[in-house]
Design a protein around this ligand. Sequence first.
Ligand SMILES: Nc1ncnc2c1ncn2[C@@H]1O[C@H](COP(=O)(O)OP(=O)(O)OP(=O)(O)O)[C@@H](O)[C@H]1O
Ligand SMILES: N[C@@H](CCO)C(=O)O
Length: 307
Amino acid sequence: MISVKVPASSANLGAGFDCMGVALKLYNIIEVEEIEKGLIITSSPDDPSIAKDENNLVFRAMKTVFDEVGWYPRGLRINLINEIPLTRGLGSSAACISGGIYAANLLSGGKLSEEEMIYLAAKMEGHPDNSTPAMIGGLVFAVLEDKKVNYIKFVVPARLKFAVFIPDFQLSTEYARNILPKYIEFKDAVFNIGRATLFASAITTGNYELLPAATQDRLHQPYRKKLIPDFDKIVNLSIEAGAKGAFLSGAGPSIIALVDENYEVFEQNVKNALASMELAANWDLVILEADNSGATVFSVQSTGLKR
Ligand SMILES: Nc1ncnc2c1ncn2[C@@H]1O[C@H](COP(=O)(O)OP(=O)(O)OP(=O)(O)O)[C@@H](O)[C@H]1O
Ligand SMILES: N[C@@H](CCO)C(=O)O
């Protein structure tokens, strides 16, 4: 049996719609083994949206590898241990895709290179901003091309914390993409290019004072925040408490605030404020660090199956 550990991820990071994302220290574990025949899928905790047949996202990701390398297991057992909340903007689908591809590559003899796995994952997800950090960790700047992903990985220092606000409701990425406009104004495109460029420079040089300006966005947040009634309240609360920028995590509904120093004080103050505020949803706050490793092998045990 092969166990793979794969991190959550937060895409966009403000202005970098579909091209910037960071892996976070919150994990799913995917256990896979070849069996004599059939497909057995188990999951804990379970959720009705986790398919137990060939529609399962981890299985579908694994199958793209088997099709690519031309090797198929006789049967397959998949056990999912899920820590990443589903459909909250924390890359649960990318973890399934990148983790499934990584596990299938190990099971089938490691024929694909890291670059090939990164490409397959981004192609399946449709954009590389969650799947690439889920695969290799770190904070990633990435563009999906015809046959490859062009990317740069930045190793995030532990000093930078990601305060993740997770609400008690879900928002599917598909829905949150469908409400975006087909066209945007030229001035909004210019606004985002400036901020995304500033973000990349500020984060890689450690100039965190620029982050509040660099995390502004006009491509997706103005539209999506209408689906998240507490968005402005939580962003404003975070900035007042000292965050270096706060924005929607991926397609939402989670919100992330960047916190540099005194994160314990930030956490306490924000938790107290949340408890006394009138909000439309219940919000959990967890402080996470970036994961700089991506998908990794957790353990490998022989199944004793003979070929
Ligand atoms: N552990 C899992 N096992 C199987 N399927 C999963 C699992 N986690 C998520 N999924 C599938 O992915 C879907 C959620 O994907 P979606 O892209 O909407 O949200 P997300 O990836 O959590 O958020 P975002 O893309 O904004 O970061 C679920 O409805 C389910 O079909
Ligand atoms: N860039 C993607 C991330 C969510 O998968 C979006 O915002 O729709």
